[in-house]
Design a protein around this ligand. Structure first.
Ligand SMILES: *Cc1c(COP(=O)(O)O)cnc(C)c1O
Length: 408
């Protein structure tokens, strides 16, 4: 099972990742069940005092020690994520995606350092830069994620860390991540990417030049809208560094949530493929609608960033946005309220479709909205997370909601 999968296809690797026989059985019957049991364990017991003392000396992963270091349920999930991220030596699990981003940043910076964040990062990441990092004497500057030529000039001698995200939260622009990561490396800064949208299936981030890959497992990996978790994967030396801070911060995830995330992971590829195909169909339909100024879907030919996506990514997902042509906030609310199959709520990547309104201009500081070529009145965004429903039913739902929007 585990370990022999190099070179095998993604589905094959997803089916076996993390299933070490020691973790899915007993010493006399290793590997005797498919999934690791849910190990609810704070105390780990030792045979005698000598074993207790010996146990304290080993700091390795996958050894019983104390509940904060996890047990086979969490180890199996971390190991599976590591196996799915080519170039990773280990993965740390955090209680949310935001905890993963904050935990990784805290492990890498000290007072006086300088951090660069892409202007399209997830808003709570921006808040970490503006808040937590500022409070500990770290300056964060935001850069235009589409201005590759100007990127080198944004570094100072104190720049240690660059936080990237692709596509951008809400506005979905696609930075050329391998090119940005290469410049960061040249400048001896560590590049982190929030890779929640594509996952390693659509963008093997370490292989494509990033140093650290972060995901909110709450989204695609969980996939069923019933858990919160985040992950950070890295190569050997950075993994060691991240892990020290992780332990000092006392981070750990519950075994129940780890088991759910592991269950979600097994079907990640089929869910992503289905959601991507549906999203593409729906995005294409939206692009033909007179009520829509712009569809922001990297997988859709003609959409901003499509070429970079096609060149640098190997997969998509069900999350994309569109901008209403003109219209008022009331009209947008009528449209969203009229939707029947799209739940109104945050998060995404679940089996069920979701919708949220957003105002792109509010979430940017280094760049402005609307970009060149779009009318200033085209400023009301709608983000869809397309789930596993039949696309024709979702299109019919959107169609009737457009009618409801115009019927006043
Ligand atoms: C949701 C999200 C996060 C945060 O994840 P939580 O698990 O909700 O804390 C981080 N990055 C992106 C891109 C997200 O969409």
């Amino acid at each position: 099972m585990t370990g022999n999968d190099k070179g095998k296809g993604t589905g094959t690797r997803l089916a076996s990742a993390g299933r070490k026989p020691d973790w899915t059985g007993t010493p006399s019957n290793p590997g005797s069940v498919v999934n690791p049991p849910v190990w609810r364990a704070s105390t780990h017991l030792y045979d005698d005092v000598a074993a207790l003392r010996e146990g304290g000396k080993s700091n390795a992963d996958g050894h019983f020690y104390y509940g904060r270091r996890g047990a086979p349920t969490q180890w199996a999930l971390a190991e599976a994520l590591t196996e799915l991220e080519p170039g990773a030596a280990g993965t740390l699990l955090y209680p949310s995606g935001v905890a993963a981003i904050a935990g990784a940043l805290l492990a890498l910076i000290k007072p006086g350092d300088h951090v660069l964040m892409a202007d399209n990062v997830y808003e709570p990441s921006r808040n970490i830069g503006r808040g937590l990092l500022t409070n500990i004497g770290v300056q964060t500057d935001f850069f235009d994620p589409l201005d590759l030529d100007g990127f080198s000039d944004r570094f100072t001698p104190k720049t240690r860390v660059v936080l990237l995200e692709a596509p951008g939260s809400l506005t979905m622009e696609v930075p050329d991540i391998p090119a940005f990561a290469a410049i960061a490396r040249e400048k001896e800064a560590i590049s982190l990417i929030d890779n929640t949208w594509a996952s390693p299936l659509g963008f093997p981030a370490l292989e494509r030049g990033c140093d650290i890959a972060i995901m909110s497992l709450t989204k695609h990996v969980g996939g069923h809208s019933d858990l919160m978790m985040g992950s950070v994967s890295a190569g050997e030396s950075l993994y060691r560094r991240l892990r020290r801070t992780y332990h000092q911060l006392g981070q750990v995830v519950s075994p129940d949530d780890a088991a759910l995330a592991l269950r979600g992971l097994r079907t990640l590829q089929v869910r992503l493929e289905r959601a991507t195909a549906s999203a593409l169909e729906i995005a294409g339909w939206l692009a033909t609608r007179p009520e829509v100024a712009k569809v922001l879907c990297p997988m859709l030919p003609g959409s901003p960033g499509h070429e970079i996506w096609a060149r640098t990514f190997s997969g998509g997902c069900g999350l994309f946005s569109f901008i209403l042509k003109g219209r008022t906030e009331d009209a947008r609310a009528r449209f969203i309220d009229a939707l029947d199959l799209f739940g109104i709520g945050y998060s995404w990547g679940g089996f069920e479709s979701l919708v949220v309104p957003f105002d792109p201009a509010d979430a940017r500081s280094a760049t402005s909205w609307p970009p060149a070529g779009m009318a200033p009145t085209d400023r009301l965004g709608i983000r869809l997370s397309v789930g596993l429903e039949e696309p024709k039913d979702l299109i019919a739902d959107l169609d009737q909601a457009f009618s409801a929007m115009e019927a006043v």
